[in-house]
Design a binder for this molecule. Sequence first.
Ligand code: UD1
Ligand code: CA
Length: 463
Amino acid sequence: MRAIVLAAGYGTRFKSEKPKVIHSILGKPMLWYVLNTVKSSGIENIGVVVGYKAQEVKESLGEFEDVVFFHQKNPRGGTADAVMSAIDMWRSYEGYVLVINGDSPLVSSETLKQMQRYLIMVEEYEGFKLGGLVLTSQLPDPTGYGRVVKAENDKVLRIVEEKDASHEEKAIKEVNSGIYMFYAPYLLSALFKIRPNEKTGELYLTDVVEFFVENGHEIRSFMASDPIEVLGVNTRWELALAENVIKLKLVRFWAERGVTVHSPETVWIEPDVSIGEDVEIYPGAILKGKTKIGKGSVVGAGSVIENSEIGERVEVQPYSVIRKSKVDNKSIVGPFAHIREKSYIGEKSHIGNFVEVKKSKIGDRVNAKHLSYLGDAQIGDRVNIGAGVITANYDGKKKHKTKIGDKAFIGSNSLLIAPIEVGKLSYVAGGSVISKDVPAGALVVERAELKVFEGKGEAKIKK
Ligand code: UD1
Ligand code: CA
């Protein structure tokens, strides 16, 4: 089986500069889901028809290396014109081609597999080649879709677009999904018989059905197991609906693998995320990109984790943001912590409230629990970072590094002016401004001397 994905259209109803098919669903272009499904159904030979802003569409599919692109010269030519544009792919192919609209992200690979099996069954048990199979569904409200017109014996006669449908045809509830499998040699003879639609001038792929029937090649309908599978995304509202459906499907996938997701409708898990057993995810959490969450970890309410690796039994407390970083086993992050790019947090460390970490390597059992900025720092094991400690890494022109040795104690509200090295087991007294290296084991204090004027406070207050 080969596949042709139609993705050349403008998507006028989207009201967008960007091609419709690359609008995103959970961080991936809509088209990504179509290709992913086609591939997972076992089809390896995939062509994508591009036209409107072809370059952008191609770039959005960088992940699919072996996809072949075909250019439709006139992206308003219609769906049949799009299939013709990819003719090099199927002209001399003696097998079935799957034609699928690029705006159908909800069809499942299971359904595509069932359709392939059905075609084989017909050949084996009925002894002939079906002309084609159209994926359909019965919708309570079929508005906007092509209707499947059948004879009394249930044979498919043709597909009529809503605009061209008679009153009776509009009442038909069985709709065309825009997903078909055609026997390529029969498609060749039928496709070129299509004439432009009188109202729009487009060549409709749906018109091909009539010509198959005329040539004596039977087309059958195949009912989708879930009606939502046939949703065509023509508007932004339909995009939102599709996103919700995919989102819940992914949550369900993880739930079946031992992950607890509280209030799943509020949680966002992108398709490349992977999650270990016994992970617990709280409302409003957002897991993006290639994030990995290790076994037994907790992701607190409202936290955002992007392209990061979270170890096992880590606690990400509410409203923390972690990007492009790694947090090792049994650490605690948050609430309200911000771990920025290229950071590493060792095991059993605690990065707490309003602490920002950037491009820093932090060892094991480090505590930085409150109100700190740690940038371009390298911090050893068992270091204590007091409340309000700042590594001043930027001198207005360049960024500099801070190094802190094992078991050092950095008192509250200290300022470490980089480049600087603080030796192991050294003690920086609270409130110090340190601009020189601190030797290992030393105690350093940098503070103006305290003056006490007995009784003067009370006098001032009472005045
Ligand atoms: C199409 C079907 C309709 C079906 C519906 C299911 C036709 C004529 N109608 O209608 O029966 O119920 O899908 O969702 O096929 N495209 C191109 N080149 C073009 C025109 C479109 O590549 O010249 C692509 C679009 O990018 C899109 C897909 O084909 O991904 C479908 O086009 P669209 O205009 O959305 O068709 P519908 O009106 O939804
Ligand atoms: Ca459509």
